[in-house]
Design a protein around this ligand. Structure first.
Ligand code: HEC
Length: 475
């Protein structure tokens, strides 16, 4: 153990930008923090990162950056953006050591950020009909654009990918589908391109959520045989959230549509837990924190693809899980301890997740309608009811499901990085830095980053595993 401690402190002293900090920042931050993207300052070189070193150590220590609201100790999702305690410590150690630069030869280089689609050549591209001008008055804007599909028939799709036109202001987007023509009417009534709508698409949620986009995220690409149908003549709806800007910015965003090659055997449907599943009326008195607990029966075996709790600015937390009839089994689905309206997302499970028929789905949400909630739109707080407006609230959980089939648990929904757990530093190789990271996590008992064999602890067997692949490449 003595040797382990010594290595640990020597490691802390030798932390430098190119070898230790750049791999973390480039992987976890630069997708948003580069010119033309939503992050307010670029992190693409030593000088840029060093200039904000203290601020970076701070925002990572409190979990504010990278933005990721689900609790990674409760459940996991594709594209999880969280830093491990070791990574947070590395950033803090680097700042404490005076932000040494190190040897540029150790820099892993910037990741490849493709300009076009991240998943291939789209079968169709649906574009906003005209550019939208987002005024430079430092306010947020939520604008829904109606994208007619005109495919002439029902089409089966395996992926939708939002391609934003102006990354400086495109904060996030949600996608929906309208077969009623309502969105067209709302669009016609608003003089601007598209129409303004804060919470969702401005009308019944029945046909709504179809996906979401945040900067740097990979689109969901359904496994073979699974897909969604866009009915003939439907409109795709894209609600863009434009972040505050000091100068006028224009945007023309597009949605890349990928058709399913094989026929769809299982159609994705969206199960919606709404306020009708609550035992009490949905009303939020001023000055109070209110808690709600909805339950919804699961009639038959299903496999879950993704989940999206949805509320507005007064929402404070979510927990969604399923329980067996005898209450002995609980399947954790998502916990969002601090709801952040700005970073709401559609969270995709790493693998299809089975919930057996007969189970009960639970959604617990809390709302902070006090003046202590900095996002409360009313000061002093007012009575809040269910609705679409900024000052209204919502209680929805959208869950995309398919009928369960044997073996679904093995079907991955995103890239799996189980292939090279030994590559702890994420530099594509198993080397000294990985051994040092492992040693600094040695003895860890739960949620351990350096746990390679999945037994929830870091022991000699993990050391042997890493030594066994030492010098190997993970490409
Ligand atoms: C998904 C996009 C995204 C990622 C990934 C991301 N950021 Fe940010 N960051 C933002 C946005 C947008 C802001 C502006 C404030 C806001 O909207 O929350 C911001 C603000 C910041 C700020 C300024 C905070 C402030 O209050 O002004 C710092 C510092 C920062 N980010 C550091 C990081 C670091 C370090 C990482 C990686 C560990 C990271 N960010 C990852 C989008 C991102």
């Amino acid at each position: 153990m003595c040797a382990v401690v010594n290595v640990g402190s020597a490691w802390a002293q030798s932390v430098n930008f190119h070898a230790d900090v750049a791999p973390i920042i480039y992987q976890e931050c630069t997708a948003c923090h580069r010119i033309g993207e939503i992050g307010p300052m670029p992190f693409t070189a030593y000088d840029e990162v060093a200039a904000y070193g203290e601020f970076i150590a701070y925002v990572t220590s409190i979990g504010y950056m990278p933005p990721w609201s689900p609790d990674p100790d409760y459940s996991h999702f594709v594209g999880e953006k969280t830093l491990s305690p070791t990574e947070i410590q590395t950033l803090a150690d680097w700042v404490a050591a005076g932000k040494p630069e190190g040897n540029p030869a150790d820099n892993p280089g910037l990741p490849d950020f493709p300009d076009g689609s991240q998943i291939g050549v789209p079968d169709a591209v649906l574009s906003m009909p005209e550019p939208y001008l987002h005024e430079g008055d430092m306010t947020d804007q939520y604008q829904v654009f109606v994208l007619p599909t005109d495919f002439g028939e029902d089409v089966s799709i395996r992926a939708l990918e939002v391609q934003t036109g102006n990354g400086n202001v495109a904060h996030h987007a949600i996608l929906g589908l309208d077969i009623s023509g309502t969105a067209d009417l709302l669009d016609a009534a608003d003089p601007e391109p598209g129409y303004e709508s804060f919470g969702g698409f401005g009308f019944s949620a029945e046909s709504s959520f179809f996906g979401a986009w945040v900067p740097g995220a990979l689109p969901v690409d359904y496994p073979a045989g699974i897909g969604r149908i866009i009915p003939e003549g439907a409109d795709l709806l894209m609600q863009m959230h434009y972040g505050p800007s000091a100068i006028d910015e224009s945007d023309l965003s597009e949605v890349n549509v990928f058709f399913s090659e094989a026929p769809i055997e299982r159609e994705v449907v969206t199960a919606i837990m709404g306020p009708q599943f609550l035992p009490v009326p949905f009303v939020l008195p001023p000055g109070e924190v209110s808690a709600f607990h909805g339950t919804m029966p699961v009639p038959t075996d299903v496999s879950l693809l993704n989940i999206a709790p949805h509320c507005h600015l007064i929402g404070a937390s979510w927990k969604v899980y399923a329980t067996s009839p005898n209450a002995l089994d609980t399947i954790p689905l998502i916990s969002i301890p601090e709801w952040d309206f700005n970073w709401q997302g559609f969270f995709t499970f790493p693998y299809l997740t089975k919930v057996p028929g007969g189970y009960t789905l639970h959604a617990e949400a809390t709302y902070d309608n006090t003046s202590a909630n900095p996002y409360n739109p009313s000061d002093p707080p007012e009575w809040v009811y269910f609705g679409e407006g900024t000052e209204d609230e919502m209680f929805f959980v959208f869950i995309d499901v398919v009928a369960y089939e044997e073996g679904d648990e093995l079907i991955a929904l995103g890239p799996t990085d189980d292939g090279c757990p030994e590559d702890l530093s994420g530099d594509g190789m198993v080397g000294v830095s990985d051994v040092l990271l492992l040693l600094s996590d040695f003895g860890c008992q739960s949620a351990c980053d350096a746990d390679m064999n999945g037994d929830d602890q870091v022991t000699v067997s993990d050391v042997l595993l890493i030594l066994g692949s030492f010098g190997g490449s993970c490409a």
